[in-house]
Structures are given as structure tokens and as C-alpha cells.
Design a protein around this ligand. Structure first.
Ligand code: NAP
Ligand code: MG
Length: 488
């Protein structure tokens, strides 16, 4: 069944500034809440990929010379066009991704916000004048856009994760070729359609659909792509780093295995609300989702009882029919299978089931990838739920006795993306924020990512930053111009 919102995008690429029918292999795209086919993608061919990159190169010559004010104007216009069509774009996202419509609309509005934020930043990219060691010299540090960017993105935030790369690239004066996730291609094409109305040069933005191993890899290997901006799993990020055949700028925003520490001084209600939100939102399919929670022993039983109640209260629904449901379907069978595996592994090894543990009952959920938000207690680092990224609606909980022990457990992971803590003790706040080895630490809240602060991982969670001024600087090369003028 094709949907009116999707059918104009089905089988299309975005090339030369317009939707263009693709001639490559067809891959069916499904609605994860119903299992129904909603459309198909045409896998970009080597000819399509070369065309997109070569047009991006041509557009770069023009776009990199446009004044920052003109770039800002086009980005503001893009933000307005996207916000004006938030309902239509949200519907496309929910149909392919499964998140409830209201949440999808929120994500589209965040994308619009990213357009405006980077529009504002575009005009604030200053260089520097550096003191010299001899009279008569002046050193200028100039920032120049890198060139053609290849963006490769996952399916969990089909608009925002494109948006940060798209907006920062365009603000900097770069051009961009986007390879969205295979299962969420239509949000990307819907964004590109707005780009063509906003006044960017033809070829400044292209969207190539298809498999990551073919189309994504081709961008990684392409000699005329200057930078790869990737968000996805650590395994694919490492593969990209290892297979990139030439020196190229890489930003890798990768997986996480994010901990939360709750000490005895915490506001318990706030901590439970935070754990519920960041554990289960988007069905836990968030790189910064809370995977594991360490709770000080004196409040452990109270905390887990309250979290069980709060998880059980979450409403699961078909995202189109229940726009205000707390959570929708998972995006595909893959993360659901992994969630079930991690749950079975934890229960086998002695964890206690607190909430969820199965798909919701009823005909409405029979064909989609649904699962109840699930929490397990008494977990140990023998269990996958505590040491691997589940990327699903499953949270593991364990007690701790000392803060040093909690911090050591929280840091006992190859990942370093985001971490959370609830405490009202100043010493604990300072110790936790200093000692957690993560790119983001959120204390007494769970919204680690805000638009104007840098967001990025360390260790196996990646290199580089998105958001904020730092996110924009990722799209520049620095040039040192040392000038002898002779005035002393
Ligand atoms: P993924 O499997 O790594 O895929 C991400 C993207 O890479 C997709 O577009 C994929 O295409 C493409 N790809 C796959 N193989 C490739 C290759 N050999 N060369 C180039 N591109 C290739 O990740 P996912 O399953 O979509 O997303 C979940 C993961 O993303 C989680 O680990 C999550 O933590 C991480 N994530 C990180 C952040 C962050 O900011 N740090 C944010 C969101 C998600 P196909 O769709 O065709 O496979
Ligand atoms: Mg994948």
C-alpha cells in the first residue's frame, strides 16, 4: 500500500536540485508498525554517485564564495519551509520509522531550529590574528570550507541527524551528498525537496538512497569527497575508518552504552522520570539512551519499584493512529531481536524482571515491531544489557555502595558518549562530572544534547562534534597566512 505522502518520493533520488527517478535496484520500504510496504527506494548506481559528487564539486565553487549573509538567508528560508510543513514531514517519518506522530513533528521542528541556529552561526565564523616573533609580520588564521561532504546517517532520528550535517555544511560553504539509512529514506528526500525551494545552488545538496555497504561505501572511497560525516554504529564507523583509501576528514558519531548514577541524595521522583524518559523514548533507539542504572543501595528498592510503575504506565501505540502515544513501533526487526536477546541473557544470568518483557497484546500490535518498555534489576557486568548497547526499550539496574564503585562501573565500557547522574550533593556533583569519561554528562536532567553546545563521543563512541560552534568548525580547514608587510 502506497501512501499519498510517500508516493511522490518512492523510487526517487535527489540529484541536480530535483527529485529524479532512480534506475537502480529496487528495495521495498516498510511501515514498522504494520509490516505493510509503503514505497521503495532505487539504489543509487555508480553513475548516480559520480554525478552527485561532481555536481557537488561544481556547486562548491559557487557556494563557498557566497557571502555568509547570503548563506544564512538561504538557511533561514529552509528552516521556515520545513517548519511550515512539519505535519506532512512528520507523517512521512512516522510511516517509515514508527515513532509517534507528535514526537516526529517535534523532531522536524528541531531540524528547523538547526537551520536557524546554523544560519546565525554562519555569520560568526571569525578568523584570528596571531602575534609574530619578528616585527613587520602578521599571521592570519583563516577558515575555509572543506569542500564536498559525504553524509551517512542512521534511521533512529531520520531528520535531525541529517540536519546537523546538512546545516553545518551549508553554513560553512561546503556542499553535501547524503546517504540516508536504507529503512528511512523518505524523510531525507522530503528534506531535500525543501532545499530546492530555499535557494541553494543546484547540486549543493543531493540524496542518494541505497544500501550502506554499496552507496555509503562508495562515498567513503570516492576520491572527490573531502570529508565523511557519519552517524551510526561503532562497527560501521570503524569499518569506514579502516577502508577509507585516502586521507580524508572523518567525523564519526557512534554508538553508546550510557550509564546513569542515582545517589541517595537524589530527588527520587525526578530521577525516575529522567530514567523513564531517556531509557525508553524512541523505544530506546537513541545513541544517548540510558542503558544501565546504578542506584545507591539505601534507595535501591524504592527506585526500582517506582521505575517499574513508571515504565508500565507508558502507552505503546501505532504512531499514526495514536499520535500522542509515549512510544511507537521499533524501526525494524533487527533492534527488536537484539532487545529480546539481551533480555533473555539477563534473565538467564539471574536478573529480576520489573516491567515489560514482552510485546503488547492485541491485534493492533500483531504485525509490527512492538515491545513493552522493559526494566530488569539486580544486573551485573556479566550481562549484555550492562556492557553492550541494546538500542531498544530495555534498561538494566544494579545497586552500588560507594560513589567510587558507581563511577568505576559507569566507566567500565569501551564507549564514551553520554552519561547521567541524579544527586543533590555538591561534592558528588563535582566528582561525577569530573570523573565520568564521557563527551556528555547530564546532571539532574537527561537532555544532554542542546543545539548550542558541542555533542560528541570519545573512546569507541567516535571522533568529532556536532551541535554548537564546534559542530560548525568541523566543516572548515584552517589556513595560516603569514604576511610580511614591513611596518614595525
Ligand atoms: P549502522 O548500521 O552503522 O548504519 C548507519 C549508516 O551507515 C546507514 O546509512 C547504513 O546504511 C550505513 N552503512 C552501513 N554500512 C556501511 C558501509 N560499509 N559504508 C558506509 N556506510 C555504511 O547504524 P544503524 O543501525 O543505522 O544505527 C544505529 C547505531 O547508530 C547505534 O549504534 C547508535 O548508537 C548509533 N547512533 C549514534 C549517534 C551519535 O550521535 N553518536 C546518533 C544516532 C545513532 P544502511 O541503512 O543501508 O545499512
Ligand atoms: Mg544497521
Amino acid at each position: 500500500m502506497s501512501d499519498d505522502a510517500i508516493s511522490p518520493l518512492s523510487g526517487m533520488l535527489f540529484l541536480g536540485g530535483e527529485l529524479t527517478p532512480g534506475a537502480g535496484e529496487r528495495i521495498t520500504v516498510e511501515n514498522p508498525a504494520t509490516g505493510e510496504a509503503i514505497g521503495e527506494i532505487a539504489q543509487a548506481t555508480p553513475t548516480d554517485i559520480d554525478r552527485a559528487v561532481s555536481e557537488a564539486r561544481t556547486a562548491f565553487r559557487e557556494w563557498s564564495r557566497v557571502t555568509p549573509h547570503a548563506r544564512a538567508k538561504a538557511l533561514h528560508r529552509l528552516g521556515e519551509l520545513i517548519a511550515a510543513d512539519a505535519d506532512g514531514m512528520a507523517r512521512i517519518m512516522t510511516l517509515e520509522q514508527g515513532k509517534p506522530l507528535n514526537e516526529a513533528r517535534g523532531e522536524i521542528l528541531k531540524l528547523a531550529e538547526a537551520c536557524h541556529f546554523y544560519a546565525e552561526e554562519a555569520v560568526r565564523v571569525h578568523g584570528e590574528i596571531v602575534p609574530n616573533d619578528k616585527p613587520g609580520f602578521q599571521s592570519l588564521v583563516v577558515r575555509e570550507p572543506i569542500g564536498v561532504v559525504g553524509a551517512i546517517t542512521p534511521w533512529n532520528y531520520p531528520a535531525e541527524l541529517i540536519g546537523w550535517k546538512l546545516c553545518a555544511s551549508l553554513a560553512a560553504g561546503c556542499t553535501i551528498v547524503i546517504k540516508p539509512a536504507e529503512i528511512t529514506p523518505f524523510t531525507a528526500l522530503a528534506i531535500a525537496r525543501k532545499v530546492s525551494d530555499a535557494g541553494f545552488p543546484e547540486g549543493a545538496v543531493s540524496v542518494l538512497t541505497g544500501k550502506g555497504s554499496i552507496v555509503g561505501q562508495a562515498l567513503v572511497e570516492h576520491p572527490d569527497v573531502d570529508k565523511i560525516a557519519f552517524t551510526g554504529s561503532s562497527a560501521v564507523g570503524l569499518h569506514i575508518q579502516q577502508t577509507c583509501p585516502r586521507i580524508k576528514r572523518l567525523s564519526l558519531e557512534l554508538g553508546g552504552n550510557c550509564p546513569m548514577i542515582v545517589t541517595a541524595t537524589a530527588d527520587l521522583d525526578m530521577a525516575v522520570a529522567g530514567a523513564t524518559r531517556r531509557g525508553f523514548r524512541n523505544m530506546g533507539q537513541i545513541c544517548i539512551a540510558i542503558n544501565r542504572i546504578y542506584v545507591e543501595r539505601s534507595i535501591y528498592e524504592n527506585f526500582i519499584a517506582a521505575l517499574a510503575k513508571s515504565a508500565d504506565a507508558l502507552v505503546v501505540g501505532n504512531g499514526i493512529e495514536a499520535p500522542d502515544a509515549d512510544v511507537g513501533a521499533m524501526a525494524s526487526a533487527e533492534p527488536l531481536t537484539k532487545t529480546r536477546e539481551h533480555l533473555a541473557d539477563a534473565l538467564d544470568k539471574g536478573a529480576r524482571l520489573l516491567a515489560g518483557g514482552a510485546a503488547p497484546e492485541g491485534e493492533a500490535f500483531a504485525r509490527g515491531h512492538f515491545f513493552r518498555p522493559t526494566a530488569v534489576a539486580d544486573c551485573t557486568h556479566e550481562m549484555k544489557v550492562m556492557i553492550e548497547e541494546t538500542f531498544g526499550p530495555l534498561v538494566g539496574i544494579a545497586p552500588f555502595d560507594t560513589l567510587d564503585e558507581a563511577i568505576a562501573l559507569a566507566n567500565d565500557t569501551p564507549y564514551g558518549l553520554a552519561s547521567y547522574a541524579y544527586t543533590r550533593d555538591l561534592f558528588e556533583v563535582q566528582k561525577i562530572s569530573a570523573e565520568l569519561d564521557y563527551g556528555n554528562v547530564a546532571i539532574n536532567n537527561v537532555d544532554a544534547g542542546i543545539m548550542n553546545a558541542p555533542y560528541g563521543g570519545r573512546k569507541q563512541s567516535g571522533v568529532g562534534y556536532e551541535h554548537g560552534r564546534e559542530g560548525l568548525l568541523e566543516y572548515f580547514n584552517f589556513k595560516h597566512v603569514r604576511l610580511f608587510h614591513g611596518v614595525s
